[in-house]
Unconditional design. Structure first.
Length: 560
């Protein structure tokens, strides 16, 4: 009953606080600095003590950047947005999201100019969505092609007496290949080729559309890179070579950075009371137990060891709470995960299915939503993926790391006392016996059938139609749409809009992130090395605890 009076009071405070802003003349040109890869959803607020001490400065998310750009484009006197882009590598899904934002600004009749000291391949693709592409004197346009490296550790592990004994549902389920093989199998190479083809075609299309070229000319430009500043200008890759100090003269007047310009633009109105869209996040390795944040990332460390960990206990509790929350009219599940534990993925999917029977659930995929990360989206009424998202990998593998040889070299003696036929099958002493391998095969087959059945039910298709695109095969978001594994191409903003429609909510209904539970460990920027080691060991323990894994192959980053 007090919601409306409180909102009216907030509106009055907003109007009074906004009076000084309305008295100032808005800038005609506003600049935004992109200096680090932005996460797509807003990041959870760090603890208050970290904020007070200045230890936590979350990067600006794409969600936050979208709000800032919409504030700018809502002011008719703003004519130009300048994107100052620092050299960095961006995931294909982030490139897609930023290009969509640039297109949205241009649709509002605001000119977008992109300037950079140098361009990487990914930042140049973002720049190609702008009206004008500018480069600093002496700057470099990096190679615009792509190169992907696959690392294999079987021989290195063998040198120290280790080996991996892994069963996979098909040769396309290649997540275990780095530990068991010395090179690409024909199936792995085939999959790598079709992923590279799709990514390269998307890259050519972006360059062609941005620079007004046909496909042949775009390919010639890509093949000509890298280019220094004058070469890039002569090739038509950039529109001008200018210093940042020369930008105001070129664009016709003063350029204000967002931090200054925002004080001359109206604040967003307070949201009226009503139902909200809840945002539930499943990120990193899917594990049995509680969610954990990575303390930090170590250089050259395996991503699987130092990624976020989404635990089924945490996600299930969050899903059940959302089902009972009357203020929540719809839910968006943000998935940026290559999978993990099959049992944890099933627990999450089951809880999300129960949630979906009470209110609309929409899934949005980040840079990767594959294997277990794809499985948890099956409960959603609509599934969105970026064209560059890595998804699919509908398949199963299981196994263990055999350390008997290493222990022998270390002169560590061992003896076992066993009761029961298969009691020692998970021992790291020796590979699976034939009988144990049969048992493992039964476990893998059952888990795979469950995976296929849930996907088939979610997509309203028979299992026989899903199998040709399953078996561990990995797809881009664009390919997945063609195969009927996702419903639409788009990012978090598109998924939120769909959730509002399905939930009967107004177009401006706010998005509220689901808070993490109190039992979770909160990451800190400067954790001790022991904390990072503990996080990595927990990841290893989680994989050992899970009987089978719905785990996506580790997809290497593009060169440039």
């Amino acid at each position: 009953m007090l919601a409306r009076p409180i909102w009216a009071l907030r509106m009055l405070v907003w109007w009074l606080r906004d009076l000084p802003r309305r008295a100032r003349r808005p800038p005609e040109r506003v600049a935004f600095l992109l200096e680090a890869p932005p996460p797509e959803p807003d990041q959870p607020r760090p603890p208050r003590w970290q904020r007070l001490l200045g230890l936590a400065r979350p990067p600006v998310s794409i969600q936050a950047l979208a709000r800032q750009l919409r504030t700018v484009t809502a002011e008719p006197r703003v004519r130009t947005v300048v994107l100052h882009v620092r050299p960095m590598d961006l995931a294909p899904s982030v490139v897609d999201a930023l290009r969509e934002l640039v297109a949205e600004v241009r649709t509002a009749d605001v000119r977008v100019v992109c300037w950079a000291p140098s361009y990487t391949a990914s930042t140049y693709l973002v720049a190609c969505a702008a009206d004008e592409v500018l480069l600093q004197p002496g700057g470099l346009l990096a190679p615009l092609g792509l190169a992907r490296e696959h690392v294999f550790l079987a021989e290195a592990l063998g040198r120290v007496g280790l080996r991996a004994d892994i069963l996979q549902v098909s040769p396309y389920k290649t997540a275990g290949d780095p530990l068991t093989r010395r090179g690409l199998t024909p199936e792995a190479r085939e999959m790598s080729e079709w992923l590279a083809d799709a990514a390269f075609e998307a890259r050519l299309a972006a360059v062609a559309a941005g620079r007004g070229l046909d496909e042949a000319a775009a390919r010639a430009l890509v093949d000509a890179t890298p280019l220094v500043d004058d070469q890039a200008l002569a090739a038509g890759a950039v529109d001008a070579v200018v210093t940042e100090e020369e930008l105001p003269g070129r664009l016709g007047g003063e350029i204000r950075p967002w931090g200054s310009a925002m004080r001359r633009l109206p604040r967003p109105r307070p949201q009226p009371p009503g139902r909200v869209v809840a945002l539930l996040r499943i990120e990193g390795l899917i594990v049995d137990g509680r969610s954990r944040g990575a303390p930090f990332r170590l250089p050259m460390a395996p991503p699987i060891l130092f990624s976020e960990q989404s635990g089924d206990l945490t996600v299930v509790e969050q899903a059940r709470a959302l089902a009972l929350d009357r203020r929540v009219g719809a839910v968006v599940v943000w998935v940026d995960s290559g999978g993990g534990s099959a049992t944890a993925s099933e627990s999450m999917a089951s809880a999300l299915s129960a949630l979906g029977r009470r209110k609309p659930v929409v899934a949005a995929m980040g840079s990767v939503a594959a294997s277990g990360g794809y499985y948890v989206t099956a409960a959603a009424a609509r599934v969105f993926a970026h064209p560059g998202t890595i998804t699919g990998s509908i398949g199963v593998l299981a196994g263990k790391l055999v350390a008997g040889g290493l222990l022998d070299r270390l002169l560590i003696g061992r003896e076992q006392v066993v009761r029961g036929e298969h009691s020692a099958m998970w021992s790291a002493e020796a590979p699976f016996t034939d009988g144990e391998r049969r048992k493992m095969g039964e476990l893998v087959d059952r888990s795979y059938r469950l995976f296929l059945e849930r996907v088939a039910a979610a997509r309203s298709r028979p299992v026989a139609e899903i199998e040709p695109v399953a078996g561990g095969r990995v797809w881009t978001g664009g390919q997945a749409l063609g195969h009927g594994l996702v419903d639409e191409l788009g990012g978090l903003e598109a998924a939120v809009a769909a959730a509002r429609r399905l939930g009967g909510l107004p177009a401006g209904a706010p998005v509220r992130q689901v808070r993490r539970g109190r039992r979770e460990l909160v990451p800190v920027p400067a954790a001790a090395p022991a904390a990072a080691l503990e996080h990595a060991l927990r990841a290893v323990a989680a994989l050992r605890q899970a009987g089978v894994w719905w785990l996506c192959p580790l997809v290497s980053e593009d060169g440039g």
